[in-house]
Design a protein around this ligand. Structure first.
Ligand code: BDR
Ligand code: CA
Length: 317
């Protein structure tokens, strides 16, 4: 095997910024189990639950999957300019349905998440990829505090936003954008390349009967825990939208492993900050009517079957 071949199979180092959250939890599991990914650290934000719960959930998930060596840094305890609005899909703990997760033996890094991101970027010789699966509080604050390090971020794959469909809120907003729209604006304006994995595609990766049957065949402790997470997680989706659980965050993570799962389109995207009912709504200038350069690749189509095949294989192998 040549040197080039060896390089081509080097796992991609990433940082994951998240707010577990059942779907964040599955993204964490995928990041740890995929040989294509080197998970350098996890930074945690508020969002699906209060910050102490999302941090505790992260530590417990990592303990359960044997990833105690992955550093975890706690971040923002509220959005940059607004009071915290909690997500609704994951129950009071942010991870209901998993009472048997072990208590964590590890603790968080002795620094704020944004300082941990800065430290990690400085240690890298190559620009680093970041996957963000929660409100962008941490990354927004990072942009403000460390503008000199932005060139060390290769790109941000962000789960959030929506363009074409009405979301779970009455306004056309998606939770991660709605929770901290100011942070989102700061990140969008930062010049860092962004892939936006919005509800337009994530609402097409739904766990329905055929998927449940496949998850049930995964006869491991991890497979059973993920199935229990999914059963809790589906409740809100089923009751309010009449569909199974949407695997938003796992899809964003999966794009590091296989970017061909989606089709993207470049666009300048922005976020509304002032609308009485529409703050947090993302807008895309698809026809470049304002003459602004694209700041994101927007996911428009997804191959849901191939996504699920990837997820099953990561849980099984
Ligand atoms: C996003 O909001 C959270 O509830 C999920 O974890 C996901 O990141 C979907 O709108
Ligand atoms: Ca999330």
């Amino acid at each position: 095997m040549t040197t080039t071949d060896l390089n081509s199979i080097r796992p991609t180092p990433i940082l994951l910024d998240c707010d577990p959250g059942h779907d964040d939890a599955i993204a964490l599991v995928m990041a740890h189990r995929s040989k294509a990914i080197d998970l350098l650290g996890v930074t945690v934000t508020c969002g699906n639950a209060e910050p102490e719960k999302t941090v505790s959930n992260t530590l417990r998930i990592l303990e359960f999957i044997g990833a105690q060596d992955v550093p975890v840094a706690a971040g923002c305890v509220r959005p940059l300019a607004r009071p915290l609005v909690l997500g609704t899909a994951d129950g009071p703990s942010g991870l209901e349905g998993s009472p048997y997760l072990p208590q964590a033996t590890k603790t968080v890094e002795p620094m704020h998440a944004v300082d941990f991101i800065a430290k990690t970027l400085r240690e890298q010789t190559e620009p680093l990829r970041i996957v963000a699966t929660g409100p962008l509080c941490n990354l927004g604050l990072f942009v403000l505090k460390y503008p000199e390090l932005l060139s060390k971020i290769k790109d941000i794959t962000w789960m959030g936003g929506v363009f074409w469909r009405k979301s779970e809120y009455i306004t056309p907003t998606e939770f991660n954008a709605f929770c901290d729209p100011e942070a989102l604006k700061i990140v969008l304006d930062s010049g860092v390349p962004i892939t936006m994995v919005g509800l337009d595609v994530t609402m097409k990766v739904l766990v329905e009967e055929p998927q449940y049957r496949e998850f049930e065949k995964i006869d491991t402790e991890l497979g059973r825990v993920v199935l229990d997470w999914l059963k809790f997680y589906e409740k809100l989706h089923r009751n309010s939208m009449g569909v199974g659980g949407a695997l938003h965050d796992p899809l964003a993570l999966a794009l590091i492993i296989d970017p061909t799962l989606v089709k993207t389109r470049p666009a300048h995207i922005g976020v509304d900050l002032t609308g009485t009912y529409t703050f947090g709504a993302t807008v895309a200038d698809y026809w470049n009517e304002r003459g602004l350069p694209p700041n994101a690749q927007v996911c428009e189509e997804v191959d849901s079957d191939r996504f699920f095949d990837l997820l099953y294989s990561l849980l099984r192998d």
